[in-house]
Write a protein that binds this ligand. Structure first.
Ligand code: ACO
Length: 384
């Protein structure tokens, strides 16, 4: 292509990278499907285990398939002592997402045959990662709080076990549903930044662990998965519900971004955020904890103000990360674990995309448009 005809698509906006049957996002109408199933249906009727199976295998499981898959996840929940040692060494010095990334980097040392790159071996790795990442995140949380690590409980579901291993309390029915809902809603979301970086790494034929490490790293930033922690920090900075409007108006006047709002693809209400918002409103009527009540009220008032200020005029609506913070806080999940929890759920989306891409792999190698000078005269260092 002639250099003068180059179009630069900043942030790869509007660029399609592959065909997929995993996820469809209708950004104009605020709709989302995993493998053709509307997210609202999966949120109401399904479980994380079933959704993980759906994403990895391409169809909803039969009862027998689900039982086998669930048992496999349960049997893989434990992590080697060396992983706990990494957590113990780094927990005071690194953000939990960075510790999670480091632990996943170390997992290949426990893979008995890294040379086996067959589809079966890779699927096995994806299942192991899905099973172990919540355990790692819960362990990081326990170390950060100076509490002893707990063994996984085989009688609890995937997400309820995570909450148990983090808090030391078996979640009640409502908390179990809520954490499972959050795992389902975070499991997959098309070619977002972290999935894309998983694919970029995978497209070099690097291994599953390397690709997932890339995903975890990319998720960390506040423009992507780190937005949930940043949004809660903002709510904490607002402090009192009556400060909400002034805080947001001042932030917007100072050209600051309100974390948890806006999306590259959704120009309507993020359907995941809508589901979480509905839970949040019913939760608000039940909670008696004044700290949680305040956070919920701040979130709801901020949403209302943003709708008037930006949503309807500029298409900047709440995304899933905005409402996650108050709910996670109510479930006693510390804010610096929000992004690692997201990663522990999204790992099925990352790996499912990776396997789909590998079926027709091509190295990602985009171009950049050189705008510097050429053929400069080299001046020896002592003459510059
Ligand atoms: N608050 C205020 N203004 C915003 C926000 C926001 N949250 N998001 C976008 N805008 C404004 C920008 O300032 C810009 O305004 P301008 O045209 O007057 O300069 C316009 O909207 C377009 O912004 P871009 O950054 O070009 O839009 P892009 O599609 O690249 O951004 C993004 C998407 C990064 C998510 C952005 O909306 C944002 O920064 N949001 C806050 C962070 C966040 O919540 N991220 C989580 C996304 S969901 C997820 O990853 C799980």
């Amino acid at each position: 292509m002639a250099e003068e005809n180059i179009t630069i698509s900043k942030g790869l906006e509007g660029i399609y990278i592959a065909d997929t049957t995993l996820c469809k996002i209708d950004g104009q109408n605020g709709k989302l499907w995993y493998r053709g199933y509307p997210i609202e249906t999966l949120a109401e009727k399904s479980t994380y285990e079933e959704v993980a199976f759906l994403l990895l295998y391409g169809h909803l499981p039969t009862r027998k398939e689900l039982d086998t898959f669930t048992q496999k996840l349960i049997s893989e929940r434990e992590v080697p002592d060396a992983i706990e040692n990494i957590i113990a060494d780094f927990s005071g010095r690194m953000h939990p997402n960075d510790i999670l990334r480091t632990c996943v980097s170390a997992l290949p040392s426990f893979d008995t045959d890294m040379a086996d790159k067959s589809s079966d071996a890779n699927l096995e790795r994806a299942i192991k990662l899905t099973a172990k990442m919540p355990t790692i995140v819960a362990m990081i949380g326990r170390y950060k709080q100076g509490k002893p690590v707990l063994q996984p409980s085989a009688k609890l579901s995937h997400s309820a076990n995570f909450l148990y291993m983090l808090t030391g309390k078996e979640p009640d029915k409502e908390s179990s549903k809520l954490i499972d809902l959050m795992f389902i809603l975070h499991a997959e979301h098309g070619s977002n930044a972290s999935t894309f970086s998983t694919l970029v790494t995978g497209s070099t034929l690097a291994d599953v662990y390397a690709a997932v490490v890339a995903g975890i790293s990319t998720l960390r930033g506040p423009l992507h998965g780190g937005a949930d922690e940043a949004a809660l920090n903002m709510m904490k900075a607002i402090g009192e519900p009556d400060n909400t409007e002034t805080y947001i108006e001042d932030a917007l006047a100072g050209k600051q971004r309100i974390m948890g709002f806006g999306h590259r693809v959704y120009k309507a209400y993020d359907p995941r955020a809508k589901i979480v918002y509905n839970y949040l409103k019913s939760f608000m009527q039940k909670t008696t904890d004044p700290k949680i009540e305040k956070l919920l009220e701040i979130a709801i008032r901020a949403e209302k103000l943003m709708e008037e200020k930006l949503s309807k005029t500029k298409g900047i609506w709440p995304n899933i990360d905005f409402f996650a913070g108050p709910l996670y806080t109510a479930m006693e999940i510390p804010s610096d674990l929000f992004t690692p929890v997201f990663a522990a759920s999204r790992v099925v989306g990352w790996t499912a995309h990776l396997f789909e891409y590998w079926q027709n792999n091509r190295l990602f190698r985009p171009l950049d448009h050189y705008v510097g000078q050429l053929d400069l005269k080299y001046v020896p260092i002592d003459q510059r």
